[in-house]
Design a protein around this ligand. Structure first.
Ligand code: CTP
Length: 417
């Protein structure tokens, strides 16, 4: 992965093409601005059929034009393109993809792209048939070959009654992806055909019909891994316990589970097809020995009733490693886990992580130092990546997407050994 992180405010050009999803560009502009970036909107003339120039001007704080013949003295296409830190085209229509491939400069947006030497991120949105059309497929492949990052569209409801791949990812997902690219983690499209299985969130163990034992995991790190893996081209399945309300990563399939044993069953069922397995879930190590059939009442003098007896849950990660060692999983499967550690007077969090890495037998381990207000529920993460056959590498504090990109690079290093 290349390029270095640039300081705020970065100059980001948001190109908007003439599709119904153009309205989502307004939220994208807002998100990027709220995170401190300077945004300039360059719509195509057709985009203004969907959203007025005044809206883009008010949101970005910059004038908007669509042609190279406005403000000719400022040579806009050269100026805007040369000084940009990133150009993001969202939505990009099939027509814009074709014009980019042909190197056209027939409006301010395509002319700006031709001048730009910064990262260009294209976010297509169109009907499934147009996305699957060989002309579009080839145009996307050509752009990727030339170093343009093309985001995979989301699956879901399109403009009409139909549904399928072609939907614009949510603006917050696009903005986070752009920030990851600008942090220096350009996402290569190199995992096409790979199957990735990721557990996320926290498992919950029932005590009675209304109560459970759970944990504070938000699921964010697992979802971020899924998002980046899907953007690398992989087919991704998330086995999710309890999570915050999170956007479904583009194209990922989600299987919902409750308890540790349900998560174990769901992971085991899908593991034999997976090329990469990542246990990012916070798994409950124990469960109540008995689950009450009806709600337990307070005020009972029965001390026994007020005592929870716990039994140990299976270790899903260890079980998956044992299956790999027994030859039950795909040849070359890479298994990654997490370690949530706190240091103490005797040992550092990294010492404990090294010991866990040995114990678990996985290929990659992301170790975090946890504590009050650290990692769980936060949007950032930091720690160390332990990889089989390599020294631990430090992961600086960064968004969970940026951390995910580094974990997937470590997985990639093992896979290409
Ligand atoms: N894990 C698992 N099954 C469990 C417990 C943990 O698969 N029953 C996985 C987690 O998803 C994570 C890794 O093992 O990838 C380490 O989890 P962690 O909670 O840090 O460690 P534990 O195994 O619970 O060990 P300890 O409680 O001793 O720290």
């Amino acid at each position: 992965m290349t390029s270095s992180a640039s300081a705020l405010p970065r100059k980001i050009v948001v190109g908007v093409a003439g599709g119904i999803a153009a309205y989502k560009a307004c939220h994208l502009v807002r998100d990027l601005k709220e995170h401190g970036d300077d945004v300039r909107v360059v719509p195509t003339p057709n985009a203004l059929q969907f959203v007025g120039a005044a809206t883009f001007e008010a949101l970005s704080g910059h004038p908007v034009s669509t042609t190279v013949f406005d403000a000719v003295d400022e040579v806009q296409h050269v100026n805007v393109g040369q000084h940009a830190d990133a150009v993001v085209i969202a939505p990009a229509t099939a027509d814009v993809l074709a014009r980019l491939v042909a190197g056209r400069a027939d409006d301010l947006l395509t002319a700006t792209v031709l001048v730009a030497t910064c990262p260009v991120i294209v976010v297509p949105a169109m009907h499934t048939e147009m996305w699957n059309n060989p002309a579009t497929r080839e145009n996307v492949a050509t752009l990727r070959r030339r170093g343009v990052t093309v985001m995979e569209p989301a699956h879901g409801r399109l403009t009409g009654k139909d549904s399928g791949p072609g939907r614009l990812p949510e603006p917050s997902q696009i903005a986070e992806f752009v920030r990851t690219e600008l942090a220096g983690y350009r996402t290569p499209f190199d995992w096409e055909g790979r199957r990735v299985l990721i557990s996320a969130g926290g498992t919950q163990e029932n005590v009675d019909p209304v109560r459970y034992i759970g944990n504070r995991s938000s699921g964010r790190q697992g979802y971020a891994l899924a998002e980046i893996a899907a953007q690398r081209g992989a087919r991704v399945t998330i086995v999710a316990g309890a999570t915050d309300v999170l956007e479904t990563p583009s194209g990922a399939e989600i299987v919902r589970v409750g308890s540790t044993r349900e998560m174990e069953a769901a992971m085991n069922e899908r593991a034999p097809e997976a090329d990469v397995i990542i246990m990012a879930a916070a798994v409950a190590d124990y469960r109540p020995a008995n689950v009450a059939d009806s709600k337990m009442k307070k005020g009972s003098a029965d001390e026994e009733l007020a005592t929870l007896h716990l039994v140990e849950n299976p270790d899903i990660l260890k079980g998956l490693v044992a299956r790999r060692d027994a030859g039950e999983l795909k040849d070359g499967v890479v298994i990654a886990g997490f370690a949530a550690e706190t240091g103490d007077a005797m040992h550092s969090a990294l010492d404990y992580a090294r010991a866990k890495f040995e114990r678990k037998g996985c290929d990659v381990l992301m170790a975090n130092e946890v504590g009050v207000g650290k990692v769980f529920g936060q949007t950032t993460n930091s720690g160390w990546i332990l990889r089989r056959g390599a020294e631990p590498t430090v992961v600086e504090l960064g968004s969970k997407q940026v951390v995910a990109a580094q974990i997937l690079d470590a997985v990639n290093a093992i896979a290409s050994e």
